[in-house]
Design a protein. Structure first.
Length: 337
């Protein structure tokens, strides 16, 4: 089957999922006590002003009509107006999304480098020190709460050692690079602004590692398990019998076949990181959609909460689509199934 046809089928499957997400978020948002019209108008607005806002937004109509209006606006790219910022929710998300994606991609990079390396080392040196170290990291990563880890890292590397900054994307006196992609690391590299690159990288280290630790634990366990299974296969024994060096056996023959289940975990973890970034961004004052969502929840900004939820769902579905494509690249037999 052609790769393009498979991708088209996966995209069609996501449409009912997105509709289900909109129904769920709409129902939950409107079940929470509170009046968004009052929140938008302010605590000192009179009842006539609040009623006028409620009529303007259609909040006085039945929920079925409100949901249908929400869907029709959504098709046109209108996510509504934020109660907190009084701006378009789509605009707010687009402004903040690059910060969240940069943090998530950096955490994903750490997950791949550290988790896969520990998993390979644990499988090659089974029941020896690298294996015990990898299993310790895996258990610690799964057991330590992210918010507590973030606070402890701030206490150690900022308050005590003074090595790394504690909040934000850049230092107080550093100007952002020229906007090209919204990713400070990429924009500073493309413009040759290496001082800004170093500053942005320093600000990424603590929140990125905090966000990545749970994923590192999962990737380490999955890579170790898959590598141990693959290393027992007959073709691996045949490769060793032909005199191929152990490094080539592990990295070229075993690792590629062991990566299929690891890629699954990577895709799921990346989607989960976008949603889980809310706590990390709040702890590190990171100006992404996580902080935006936390402020929206605090201020009963229903339209912003629904917009962020839908954005996270879309990113999650895209990550799953990329996982399916990577399956077909790593193992072409899946494409024929």
């Amino acid at each position: 089957m052609k790769l393009s046809l498979l991708i088209a089928r996966r995209i069609l499957v996501t449409i009912p999922v997105l509709i289900g997400v909109t129904m769920l978020t709409f129902a939950v948002s409107h079940a929470i006590p509170g009046d968004p019209a009052r929140a938008f108008a302010g605590p000192y607005a009179d009842q006539a002003t609040v009623a006028a806002i409620r009529r303007e937004w259609g909040l006085d109509r039945p929920l079925v009509d409100q949901y249908w209006t929400y869907l029709t606006q959504l098709v046109r790219g209108n996510l509504g107006t934020s109660v907190e910022t009084h701006d378009s929710v789509l605009h707010d998300i687009l402004v903040r999304l690059p910060a969240t994606l940069e943090l998530a991609f950096f955490a994903l990079f750490l997950m791949c480098v550290i988790g896969i390396a520990l998993g390979i080392a644990a499988s090659v040196w089974r029941d020896r020190f690298p294996d015990f170290l990898a299993r310790t990291v895996a258990v610690a990563g799964a057991a330590v709460p992210s918010f507590w880890l973030g606070l402890m890292l701030q206490l150690l590397f900022f308050s005590q050692l003074k090595w790394l900054p504690v909040s934000g994307r850049l230092g107080e006196f550093t100007r952002p690079p020229h906007h090209l992609t919204g990713f400070y690391l990429i924009d500073s590299m493309l413009t040759g602004n290496w001082s800004v690159f170093a500053d942005a990288l320093e600000h990424l280290v603590l929140p990125g590692f905090t966000l990545a630790l749970l994923g590192i634990a999962g990737i380490t366990r999955m890579t170790r398990s898959s590598m141990l299974e693959v290393l027992e296969k007959d073709y691996i024994r045949a490769a060793r019998a032909r005199g191929i060096t152990e490094s080539n056996v592990v990295l070229k023959h075993a690792l590629r076949n062991a990566m299929v289940p690891t890629v699954t975990v990577l895709g799921l973890l990346f989607g989960a990181m976008i949603g889980g970034a809310i706590i990390i961004e709040w702890v590190f004052s990171w100006p992404g959609i996580g902080t935006y969502a936390a402020d929206a929840i605090t201020n009963l900004d229903y339209t912003a909460v629904m917009g962020v939820t839908l954005t996270i769902a879309v990113v999650y579905l895209i990550a799953n689509l990329l996982v399916d494509i990577s399956y077909m690249v790593l193992n072409p037999t899946i494409r024929e199934a």
